[in-house]
Structures are given as structure tokens and as C-alpha cells.
Design a protein around this ligand. Structure first.
Ligand SMILES: [Zn+2]
Ligand SMILES: [Zn+2]
Ligand SMILES: [Zn+2]
Length: 278
């Protein structure tokens, strides 16, 4: 089994948004408090064997001991790690390099210290190039760094690969005009920041039973699915359970969920999903 914790389910501003007095930003429902988007994936306990035959990235030598995978290092990573008592991060998968998905990268120093090890990071070539540029103090450090910096190794993704006992299938999706990555593990898929799924990615999603999918709001947006567009994806894929994420302050949790079809709901920070990994 995979245990998935939705660490953050909000759009880039987070909810409540700074300086906003709308009903959702002022809501007392804790499900209306949305930090920046990220999930934690914990692999099943017990002996872990690297799966044979997976192709893709270099770096499988780091994979055998992987138990806990973080997807993106969101701006709110520190608060998320404290809220959920995260003690280990064995690998990081990046979807893309937008600020809301990477600005917590410095927080992984704590995991470096606790684990006494570097952390392998996986992403597409564009994302890794952006990280090198955005975090020059990490990837091109001065000769005498002023303090401890994250210890990270970047591995470009070139297809499906294995971490621990599970196969990671990168799923290219369009986020506006930019191609970014969603990820599939077993019967679970995480597609944040998505406005279109290209033809070649639909087969990668066949048979997904639990889907976490971008649905920003009802009004159209150039780089994110609306609720109606996300429901079209749900109709085509027919997963058992779908949870919408990357939600802005225009969708109140309870009222929105009441109008969604059976099997579809808004995710919320702290939601835990248990799904089969094969
Ligand atoms: Zn608001
Ligand atoms: Zn984005
Ligand atoms: Zn985003």
C-alpha cells in the first residue's frame, strides 16, 4: 500500500490569501485553509526490493532504501513537516519549478541533518535547470558558504523508474503551454498544475483508481483546469476516487463538495489516502 498525505492543497497564494476578506479566506472550516501544493508518499513497510527491469534515470543505486517520497518542496514545507511530524524524506520528485512548488527547498537541510545523508531529487530537464538557477547558493555555492546548505543530488527523469518498491511513472501534462510532470504510482496519480492532458499521456493514466487533480476554481484560467474541465477528465478516466487540489479561495470546501458527483471531492490539507501500489 501507499500512504499519501496531502500536505498542501491550495493555489500559489495559499488560502487565506494575504489581505482578502472573502468568505472562504475568513472561513472557520479548517478545510478552507490551504497551504501550497505538495504531497508526501509513504511506501509500504517491510523488506523493499528494487523492481527489476525499470528503465529511465540514472540513480537507481539510491533507490533501494526509499520509504518516504516528497512531491515538490512547497513554500510551506516547514509548517507542513511540523504539522504532520515528517521525520524522513528519502527522495523528492518535482513536478515543475514554479515558486509555490519549490520555495521550501531550503527546509530539507533538516532532513539532511537527521538522516546524515544527501537527498536525491528527480525532475525533468527544464525543472532541474531552473532549480540550479533559482538556488545558486545550493547548486553553485561560494567557496566559503555562510551556513549549512541543502545536500541534494539532481537526477533528470527520462522515463519510468523505480524508487523503493514502487515504479514511478512520469506523466507529462500541459500547464498552459509548458509541459510539466504529473506522477503515477500503481493505481494512484497526482496531476497538479494542469490545464490539458496530451494524447500521449492518457494511456499512462489508464486504470488509475485514485486521482488527485488540479481544479483551481469555476472561472476559466490559462494554466489550470476549472472544476468543469477537471470533471471532464474524471469522466474519461473513471477513477474510483478523485480529489481536487491547487484550489483557490473561490471554492468553499463544504458547499463545493455538496455539488460534486459521487466519488469526487475537494482535497484538504492533511487528508490521508491509502491506495494500492500495483
Ligand atoms: Zn479570499
Ligand atoms: Zn505551476
Ligand atoms: Zn502551482
Amino acid at each position: 500500500m501507499l500512504r499519501i498525505t496531502l500536505l498542501g492543497t491550495g493555489t500559489s497564494h495559499g488560502v487565506p490569501m494575504i489581505g482578502c476578506d472573502c468568505a472562504v479566506c475568513r472561513s472557520t472550516d479548517p478545510r478552507d485553509r490551504r497551504s501550497r501544493p505538495s504531497i508526501l508518499i509513504e511506501l509500504r513497510a517491510g523488506p523493499i526490493q528494487p523492481r527489476a527491469g525499470a528503465d529511465g534515470v540514472a540513480g537507481s543505486h539510491v533507490a533501494a532504501a526509499v520509504r518516504t517520497i516528497l512531491v515538490d518542496t512547497a513554500t510551506d514545507l516547514r509548517a507542513q513537516a511540523l504539522a504532520h511530524d515528517i521525520r524522513r524524506v528519502d527522495a523528492i520528485l518535482f513536478t515543475h519549478s514554479h515558486a509555490d512548488h519549490v520555495m521550501g527547498l531550503d527546509e530539507v537541510r533538516r532532513f539532511n541533518v537527521m538522516q546524515n545523508a544527501g537527498i536525491p531529487c528527480f525532475g525533468d530537464a527544464q525543472t532541474l535547470a531552473d532549480l540550479r538557477q533559482m538556488f545558486g547558493y545550493i547548486f553553485d555555492p561560494p567557496a566559503k558558504p555562510g551556513g549549512r546548505i541543502p545536500q541534494l543530488t539532481l537526477f533528470p527523469i527520462a522515463g519510468a523508474f523505480s524508487l523503493g518498491a514502487v515504479e514511478i511513472v512520469p506523466v507529462p501534462v500541459l500547464h498552459g503551454r509548458r509541459s510539466i510532470l504529473g506522477y503515477r504510482l500503481g493505481a494512484f496519480a497526482y496531476l497538479t498544475d494542469c490545464s490539458s492532458i496530451p494524447d500521449e499521456s492518457w494511456p499512462l493514466l489508464a486504470g488509475v483508481r485514485t486521482l488527485v487533480l488540479d481544479a483551481l476554481r469555476h472561472r476559466s484560467h490559462p494554466t489550470h483546469f476549472t472544476v468543469a474541465q477537471a470533471l471532464d477528465v474524471v469522466a474519461r478516466l473513471a477513477p474510483d476516487h478523485t480529489y481536487f487540489t491547487h484550489i483557490c479561495h473561490e471554492l468553499p470546501h463544504a458547499a463545493t463538495c455538496a455539488r460534486l458527483p459521487a466519488g469526487v471531492e475537494l482535497a484538504y490539507d492533511g487528508l490521508v489516502l491509502e491506495v494500492a501500489d500495483d
